[in-house]
Design a protein around this ligand. Sequence first.
Ligand code: SF4
Ligand SMILES: [Zn+2]
Length: 324
Amino acid sequence: MTTVQCQLCPKGCIIPKGQRGDCRARVNLDGKLLTITYGYPCAIHIDPIEKKPLYHFYPGSPILSLACAGCNLHCKNCQNWEISQANPEDTPAFKLQPSDIINLTLRENCNMIAYTYTDPFAFYEYTLDISILAKKYNLKNVLVTAGYLNKEPLKRLLEVTDALHIDLKFFDEQMYRKVTTASLAPVLDTILLAKKMDVWFEIIHLIIPTLNDDFSLIKEMCIWIKENTGEDTPIHFSRFYPQYLLKNLPPTPIETLRRAVDIAKEVGLNYVYIGNVWGEGEDTYCPADGKLLIKRIGYSIKEYNLEKEGRCKFCGRQIPGRWY
Ligand code: SF4
Ligand SMILES: [Zn+2]
């Protein structure tokens, strides 16, 4: 038998001999399923954790961030399409084994690694092996992901993951499929599993004019979050800028983002942010006394009013997240 089926993500690609899966990174070589990006990251940078964005996860930390080419989603608005939608063999890459990544992280004085830019689930084995090794060195692992993975591999990876930035791109199946080629239900399952396994996560919802700026759906999504993962789940409403295949749409009006923030707060979510807008909606407030806890401008922290392990210094309320 020469055809193989990949069981990694819900796409379940059936791959004939010599062909590749939908993510471009997994191939059928003589009847064996192989990942061709293992050890070949195409991007490595050091970012502030705020750029991921994660706001409740060791604020102010530099994080070694890496990606391999390919992705199991094909979002029409992808901002990293040059690497996510490219064939790995056509993309310039470094040659770095997991131990090299650990050495690089330590050398750069980072204590955490992000698997990001494309989707780490498309370079799953590499992410998993680095993550396992990272734990031995007391390093933290962060996935920046669209959350589209089957349960068993997800569970294995979450066992060695400390935090997730998870994109909840649409709150209706039809639009999910149309714009991303993925689907909503598995993404919700990923969120539920992260919650169950007590892995820290923050939800990012990019608002794209005419595609998902329906306020009734935004409200439904916020209600789902509150009921299923709790009022303390941070949500970031991000501003869309025209790019890749959606250059015909305008940037998200600031008013739309503000209205989404109001809706989330009315529903009862405690930590609601705006992303991709300089100087607006970036700060963290204490839900108990309304005091400013973390003031951010762009990716830097201007004021920090949390005590050790994340207590409000004014009233002592424990703020959810992971803190120094
Ligand atoms: S990981 Fe890639 S090859 Fe495997 S099912 Fe998903 S898209 Fe297909
Ligand atoms: Zn307080």
